[in-house]
Design a binder for this molecule. Structure first.
Ligand code: NG6
Ligand code: CA
Length: 587
């Protein structure tokens, strides 16, 4: 080889490699904890604080030693590592204060309150995401990613009427963009207590078919209500129907004995599946939606976590969750994928202490504040309902920081679509805003307004929070949650009152009116309203065209009408839109 050619080849090879590496989009791992509060992560309860957390911007005194802090027992070193190496967001929100609506909105880009039937689902509900609409998974799939979901689903399965647990379960995650799925149908406290892999119940013996009922009890199978002596974990409220693994649940179930899960092994099973997915797809871009069940009830962590925190099963389940996160991070490190993988850690709603089982969560809480400095928790209109831990790490692109940008999980669809290079243009995903610059740290701001969903709707705009009047109870006595319902409007200035203690509605009626009107506008906006219709009317002569304009009816206001006369040199009518509207009204 001539001497002159060699450096050229080396140079070309050097140039080619980084180019190829750069052109590969990042892997994305979305870790979605269940019922984990803002204050449950030690990076949030013992933080390097942002200006808004320290009160510096608002001119507040720094937090005093007497304010709540996580006690030494509850540490989340792996989630903290993500926060240290990435961006820790302080004003990021689940879209709702419970699971199903949060997951629905995050996956579809549509606020769940727009769609009836998206409340907390029973375990035998039909799939509530219609195949064909864009989802978090389908945008990655379209961009050539391998896509997978592991963990809690709670978005229903099967057609109207629910799934056939003994046959093929369709439609499900595989029909809305996931190449592979290993899930539980609903929650740990709801039957059926089995895993579903792609379209089948795992380990089902056809000779022992599953029957599920959310109405009548099935035969004379023991229940928590009738046979409390069979229980190792007792309910505190509800949860007194089918008994599986010594724990009574919501709903009745018979059969499927070989397929029943063991709660103590669930985190291991899901974590193994998640790390296997990463391993299997190490050589191509992948999107993994990893949705652990911890620390949702029933809290039955593996015995190796028993006593890990001194806070009883709730604390130990959080330690287990942190371990799962650590396993995923270690897998990325081992495979050399960490640098080019965006890991996003967050939670589906705020925290709850007693959610229906006598698991010592209340007794062993000590001075721990699961919702951090915020009021309320799961089920609540107050910030504790939706403001959750939210951390983004992507070593190749994202510099460690703390961000106060206002973000909702509903934004992940548009943002990840932009990240994957397949921008979203479907009006059904209209509530999703592309906040990628904030997620990657190049912008300090994201949304200007955000709707929070619990018993009623709230609107966030900058420092302001408006909670619309609601008829529900102020407190849920079973869970001891301040729900934030009030027949009067509520207005809080979160810059000076993040704990939502001082209702300013009476003092600032104009602000209440402004925010109520804004919320009303968002509520009324529809998919069609986002995109105008366009009618191109071409007149053959000067008579009004009868075809095309007829039938617009109520859509006339959002219809742009382009009026042209046929042929060159002819005049066009002076006010085509007004004439068209007048005509549409007559029709
Ligand atoms: C409630 C359950 C609660 C939990 C919740 C759903 C009772 C009394 N309470 O109805 O235990 O399962 O539903 O939680 O049944 S979520 O995180 O999936 O939204
Ligand atoms: Ca939840």
């Amino acid at each position: 080889m001539p001497f002159r050619v060699l450096p050229l080849i080396v140079l070309l090879a050097l140039c080619a490699q980084p180019a190829a590496a750069q052109s590969r989009p990042p892997n994305v791992v979305l870790i979605y904890a269940d019922d984990l509060g803002y204050g449950d992560v030690s990076a949030y309860s013992l933080p390097r604080r942002s200006s808004s957390e320290s009160g510096a911007k608002a001119g507040l005194p720094r937090r005093s030693a007497s304010e709540p802090r996580a006690e030494a027992g509850l540490r989340t070193p792996n989630i903290d590592r993500l926060a240290r190496e990435g961006i820790r967001f302080t004003d990021a929100h689940a879209t709702a204060a419970t699971c199903t609506p949060s997951r629905y909105a995050m996956l579809t880009g549509e606020y769940a309150w727009r769609k009836p039937g998206t409340g907390i689902l029973p375990g035998n509900a039909a799939l509530i995401i219609e195949p064909g609409r864009p989802t978090l998974a389908s945008v990655f799939q379209r961009a050539g990613y391998a896509t997978g979901v592991v963990g809690k689903w709670h978005l229903g399965l099967g057609p109207a009427g629910g799934p056939d647990w003994n046959g093929e379960i369709r439609p499900g995650p595989n029909d809305i963009g996931f190449d592979s799925a290993f899930i539980m149908a609903a929650t740990g406290d709801r039957v059926p207590t089995v895993y579903v892999e792609n379209r089948r119940v795992v380990g089902l013996d056809p000779a022992d078919p599953i029957t599920v009922s959310y109405g009548q009890p099935l035969g004379d199978s023991p229940t928590g209500r009738g046979s409390p002596n069979l229980l190792k974990v007792h309910p505190s409220h509800g949860h007194d129907q089918a008994i599986v693994n010594g724990i009574s649940r919501i709903g009745y179930m018979t059969g499927g004995k070989a397929a029943l899960w063991t709660d103590e092994e669930m985190a291991d099973v899901f974590t193994r599946k998640a790390t296997a997915f990463i391993e299997a797809h190490r050589s191509r871009p992948f999107f993994l939606f990893f949705a652990p069940h911890d620390p949702h009830v029933p809290r039955v962590p593996h015995p190796r976590f028993a006593g890990a925190t001194g806070m009883g099963p709730r604390g130990d389940a959080i330690a287990q969750l942190d371990w799962s996160v650590g396993e995923l991070l270690a897998t990325l490190d081992r495979l050399g994928l960490a640098r080019d993988t965006l890991v996003l850690f967050t939670s589906d709603n705020g925290p709850v202490v007693d959610d229906g089982y006598q698991d010592q969560a209340v007794e062993k809480l000590g001075n721990h504040t699961p919702a951090g400095p915020f009021r309320g928790g799961k089920y609540s209109n107050f910030e504790g309902g939706t403001r959750v831990p939210f951390v983004v790490r992507w070593p190749a692109r994202v510099k460690p920081a703390v961000s106060d940008a206002l973000i909702s999980q509903v934004d992940l669809l548009a943002s990840f679509a932009a990240l994957a290079g397949s921008p979203l243009r479907d009006p059904r995903a209209r509530d999703s805003e592309n906040v990628l610059p904030a997620l990657l740290g190049s912008s300090k701001t994201a949304r200007t307004v955000l709707v929070e969903q619990a018993g009623t709707l709230s609107l966030r705009q900058g420092r302001w929070k408006y909670i619309e009047p609601g008829k529900g109870p102020r407190v849920q006595p079973n869970t001891n949650t301040e729900l934030g319902n009030d027949p009067e409007p509520q207005l809080y200035d979160l810059a000076t009152d993040r704990g939502e203690r001082k209702n300013l509605a009476a003092a600032r009626p104009e602000k209440v009116r402004e925010l109520a009107a804004l919320l009303g506008g968002i509520r009324r906006s529809s998919a069609q309203a986002q995109r105008p219709n366009i009618v191109l009317a071409i007149a053959d002569d000067w008579s009004f065209p009868h075809a095309g304009i007829y039938g617009i009816g109520p859509s006339a206001r959002r219809t742009s009408i382009v009026w042209r006369a046929k042929g060159s040199g002819s005049r066009t009518p002076s006010s085509p839109r007004r004439r068209a509207r007048r005509h549409a009204r007559r029709c």
